[in-house]
Design a protein around this ligand. Sequence first.
Ligand code: PSV
Ligand code: MN
Length: 425
Amino acid sequence: MQLPKEQIAAHNQTSLARHQAQYRFLADSLTADGHQPEQLLAKLQAFQVALPSWALGTGGTRFGRFPGGGEPRNLEEKIADVGLLHALNHSSGAISLHIPWDIPQDAAAIRTLAASYGLVFDAVNSNTFQDQPGQPLSYKFGSLSHTDAGVRRQAVAHNVEVIRHGVALGSKATTVWLSDGSCFPGQQHFRRAFERTLAGLAEIYEALPPDWRMYVEYKPFEPNFYSMVVQDWGASLLYVSKLGPKAFSLVDLGHHLPNANIEQIVALLLMEGKLGGFHFNDSKYGDDDLTAGALKPYQLFLIFKELVEGMERNPQLSLSWMIDASHNVKDPLEDLLQSVEAIKLAYAQALLVDAAALHQAQEANDVALAQELLQRAFRTDLRPLLAEARLRAGAALAPLALFRDLGMRAQLVRERGSRTVATGL
Ligand code: PSV
Ligand code: MN
């Protein structure tokens, strides 16, 4: 569904006066504090977050799934949904595909379709955590780490195939997340499993085109509950360091044990030049896959504070910003709008941190001042700044309100039906 610019402009008109008053007040106070609102706006407009093709339908749990209707039935409709979100917020100009859930039949046509919505393709993702119909060998006991060389060869071949699809679409990276591991002590030999996994990753690495990157995503548990072959950032860093300069770690915010200090992990991966990208989401207990910023907005801000420092130290730094979310109870499109807003808000707040003053406070061990400096930025309400960035880009002042006021979900249900099920988990 293409959203005409005039419809967005008409909706913006209804709240324009209120927005302008709020933005003027904010811009004046930011300027008085020594910030440059125009520079902040430029950075926000340039910041795009890729949306996952697998989050456009309702997520399920092993207990059930409650589809809300109008879910995309194929890749073309998934692209249309991301295009719609991008028209609303002008911040989601990329899509990340999962193979084989999203195999394009005609890559050139899919590319042209995506371009018509202003979209490009971010990292492609492989899937060796499920068996596919007709697949000769099973991944029940692992893929790249499997004891059987035939299974390992099949998993490598799948990843190479994923890269081939990505090349046809103009992607520049592949994300490897392995569910491999063990459920019981003694089931798997840790060192041999690591060595086999590394050998498989090295073969996939060899298949990367020269300008491509490989992201190795870690996760502490699930579906295996005793050990995972890439269980944490230490393991991921080991693999990517051994693989070479085109391999990087990928941080999925839901893939940490409770209370892990993710911002510190981010700082150290940045220091090593081995941070490749993110899967944003939020979690309370584990891989909850909830809306970014829904539970821990301060953590998200602290992560962005490290990222902003990294980007300032190295302006060439290139990271993949992606969302990985999926849950049972919200309209997935509304959820993605909220996630993107929370991510950009955390980024904008991090841009406000007075880095020089913080550095001084840290060197002087002025603990209270350090906290003041962080919280001064975090507690500034920058929502009018985000709205202004959208307004100037021709997007919606209030994306979620527009999505609702135009009855978009109802339109999608009319077009696609109420019982459609998007591919994914
Ligand atoms: C695994 O939990 C994960 O975070 C990986 O990124 C997968 O590719 C994705 O979720 C989709 O299942
Ligand atoms: Mn993920």
